[in-house]
Design a protein around this ligand. Structure first.
Ligand code: M6R
Length: 594
């Protein structure tokens, strides 16, 4: 989704902006631009498409000496992905970049048009820069004009504005969209996430909603809540893999060791939570979006079965506006890879407002969701670059499983023997995520038979139902083929009407959970001539194709082994179709607008 970079200092500003935007590239965008104010001249460059286009456009431009600069990658919301709609947006003497959505922009636009302002773009953002210049006419200084402008905006925003009227400073405002200020000596950086700042700054300040003002070389020392910048520069290398997604699939067995480190002990489960964490909790609500929602659905089965605690799972965008009933004895869990998903963040704020005990399961330390939640557990998957989530999902499911056993243990709902059995299954599940290259080769060959047809159904039962949803999501995200996940038993209640030889059905058939039931459901589809691809450790005579996984002793091991298969199947089909696996069309890595 949209990304922001800003810089105040003496270095070559173009390079700083382009390098920063490259670090944000994996998040998804469709156009980009930069504005640099140096020697009282304002230079703006914008292009559609990839950053290389922007680099080419400004290749002959240099800016020596002190200056201020802002840059942006745009994921279109208001107005198509055109050069004119790309940020920065400029008025006569000022330029602005913005993440988020200004909900009352049409009202402001009408007022400004009546006062003679002309708009070039179809964006909500352009109103901000013209409103700022309009306000400059009636107030004594740029800061007052900026504050007056911000006061007028409804919606979510992270904003940077530069103006010839104050060429030594960057004005900023944050509400609902993340924005950070990084400091290195007397240089100041801004970014919409920490990734571009790692390695560049020593200290960072995570702005809070409602923060606005300006920063220049003199006042940044007065910033509050400045903390050391943690984190190592992530490898931008694919390490021989064709795509980051492929690398991340192969990494899973290694990162899961980090997920469980210090949490699975010889005599039970230990988590970084207070000992009374689960006291007075009698029910759980899990709220998330996309893949994280699927991880949450798997947790429902595990929590209810193992910890015997009632669990409700809801998509965050549905939760927010449904007037949800929140009970005092409820634990509210949000799950998010990025920690910045707007719908999940807002749901969390609502739960906090209602005084629920809130817990974030998240991959990004210091993200908005981690900072908002009362408690948090990190999944420790490392930065995920592929837009289609893989290792984030496995680490979420593993951590939620651990949490389920932790709850069972602390509520005395589980015997010591059963805990030991679960721990053994967890270790074995971790091993099950190591990619078997023979299975990968088989999927590579098999993928050529699944490039057409009128759709895919992924079916599974119990925890394999959320895995079916996740398999279908992976496939549609990167192959652009229509795919749906369904509970196996539900097909005959409608979807089976679609069955014919051009309907592909990927059936998840675990030996250790409801095998006969899902086999029957698969047979029902086979009888109606659907093309069946079975994933199982057992051979199957109802299948057109069988992807045999290794032999496992528990259903969760089968879950993780099948997860690898559905991820690779999606990857290989998308590669054969010639798609950009890491940056699929229309998608953004981190969805910071609702
Ligand atoms: O960062 P989050 O986990 O909160 O993101 C939620 C979804 O946007 C995300 O899982 C999305 O569905 C992925 N593209 C799935 O591959």
């Amino acid at each position: 989704m949209c990304g922001i970079i800003g810089y105040i200092g003496n270095r070559e500003k173009k390079e700083i902006l382009l390098d920063g935007l490259k670090e944000l590239e994996y998040r998804g965008y469709d156009s980009a631009g930069i504005s640099i104010l140096s020697n009282n001249e304002l230079f703006t460059f914008k292009t559609t498409g990839k950053l290389i286009n922007l680099e080419t456009k400004c290749k002959d431009f240099t800016s020596n000496g002190f200056g201020i600069a802002i840059g942006h990658t745009r994921w279109a919301t208001h107005g198509k992905a055109t050069e004119i709609n790309a940020h920065p947006h400029s008025s006569e003497e000022s330029s602005i970049v913005h993440n988020g959505i200004i909900e009352n922009y049409l009202e402001i636009k009408n007022e400004l048009e009546n006062k003679g302002w002309t708009f070039l773009s179809q964006t909500d953002t352009e109103v901000i820069v013209h409103l700022f210049e309009e306000n400059l006419k009636s107030v004594e200084n740029p800061l007052s004009a900026f504050k007056k402008t911000i006061d007028r905006l409804n919606g979510s925003y992270a904003i940077l504005l530069i103006t010839k009227k104050a060429p030594d400073r960057i004005f900023y405002a944050k509400n609902g969209s993340p924005l950070l200020i990084g400091i290195n000596g007397d240089e100041v950086f801004f970014a919409s996430s920490s990734t571009p700042l790692i390695g560049l700054v020593k200290e960072v300040c995570y702005l809070e909603d409602g923060d606005n003002g300006y920063i220049n070389k003199d006042n940044f020392k007065t910033l509050k809540n400045v903390q050391p910048m943690n984190g190592e520069k992530i490898s931008s290398q694919k390490d021989g893999y064709r795509y980051f997604m492929e690398k991340e699939i192969y990494e899973q067995h290694r990162i899961l060791q980090d997920t469980i480190r210090g949490r699975i002990l010889n005599d039970g489960i230990s988590l970084e939570l207070p000992s009374n964490f689960i006291d007075n909790i009698n029910r759980i609500t899990i709220c998330a979006c996309g893949t994280s929602y699927h991880a949450g659905l798997s947790a429902k089965y595990l929590f209810e079965r193992e910890a015997k605690i009632k669990t409700n799972v809801i998509i965050a965008s549905e939760f927010r506006y449904s007037n949800p009933i929140m009970e005092k004895d409820e634990l509210f869990i949000v799950i998010s890879q990025s920690g910045e998903t707007a719908d999940t963040l807002e749901a969390l704020k609502l739960a906090n407002k209602n005084n629920l005990k809130t817990l974030a399961i998240c991959n990004v330390e210091n993200s908005s969701i981690v900072r908002e939640a009362k408690y948090s557990l990190l999944t420790r998957a490392g930065i995920e670059k592929g837009v289609a989530s893989t290792k984030a999902f496995s680490s979420q499911v593993m951590l939620l499983w651990i949490l389920g056993i932790y709850i069972a243990q602390n509520k005395n709902n589980i015997s010591k023997d059963s805990i030991q059995k679960q721990i053994k299954n967890m270790y074995n599940s971790l091993k099950a995520t190591k990619v078997n290259t023979k299975i990968h080769d088989r999927l590579k060959k098999l993928s050529k038979r699944y490039l057409h047809g009128h759709g895919f159904f992924f079916i599974g039962r119990d925890v394999f139902y959320p895995l079916a949803l996740e398999g279908a999501l992976k496939l549609k995200e990167i192959s652009y083929l229509h795919a749906e996940g369904y509970p196996g038993g539900e097909m005959k209640h409608g979807p089976i009407a679609l069955a014919d030889s051009e309907l592909f059905c990927v059936s998840l058939m675990p030996k250790h959970l409801l095998y006969e039931k899902i086999k029957n459901n698969t047979e029902e589809l086979s009888t109606r001539d659907a093309t069946i691809c079975v994933i199982s450790q057992e051979c199957s005579d109802v299948a057109d194709d069988v992807v045999l996984i290794d032999k496992y002793e528990s259903y969760m091991e089968e879950f993780f082994a099948m997860m690898i298969v559905v991820q690779i199947l999606a990857l290989e089909i998308a590669i054969r179709l010639g798609n950009d696996v890491d940056m699929p069309r229309n998608l953004a890595k981190s969805v910071t607008v609702e």
